[in-house]
Design a binder for this molecule. Structure first.
Ligand SMILES: Nc1nc2c(c(=O)[nH]1)N=C([C@H](O)[C@@H](O)CO)CN2
Length: 128
């Protein structure tokens, strides 16, 4: 399987457990790797056959900026769910970097990997 990736996607959102974090939006930086078979797009040279990374960026940024989660875990899970279900991606790996959250650390965050099987119940419910 091939990979379509996005690195360093920046979005501003309310995320955190402290009172000041509920008031002040912060930047999160996302690195995303999506499994994809790129052979059809390579043969046709048509964007319609490709996993369009610009469309993924647009959808993820809009989703993150509208969200208000407490934990990076919840935010990360919601992003992988969106990518798998809305873009029909078999497997996605996400690094969510919450830069500036801790003064004594360069950055903190979370890395998760999810696949269609993780959201199988949702896919079935939406199909019926
Ligand atoms: N595993 C996690 N630990 C912490 C989180 C989190 O979302 N997941 N969040 C915080 C605070 O909001 C922090 O970002 C600001 O001090 C602390 N630990």
């Amino acid at each position: 399987m091939d990979t379509v990736y996005i690195r360093g996607l920046k979005a501003r959102t309310v995320v955190g457990i402290f009172e000041w974090e509920r008031r002040l939006p912060q930047d999160v930086i996302l690195d995303i790797e999506m499994s994809a078979d790129v052979r059809t797009a390579a043969a046709s040279d048509a964007i319609a056959d490709a996993l369009n990374y610009k469309e993924v960026c647009k959808a993820v940024k809009a989703h993150v900026e509208a969200s208000e989660y407490q934990l990076v875990e919840t935010l990360a899970e919601s992003i992988t769910r969106l990518i798998v279900l809305e873009f029909d991606v078999p497997r996605v790996s996400l690094v969510l970097n919450k830069k500036g959250a801790l003064t004594d650390a360069a950055d903190v965050g979370i890395r998760i990997e999810r696949g269609r099987e993780d959201y199988a119940d949702v896919s079935q419910a939406e199909a019926s």
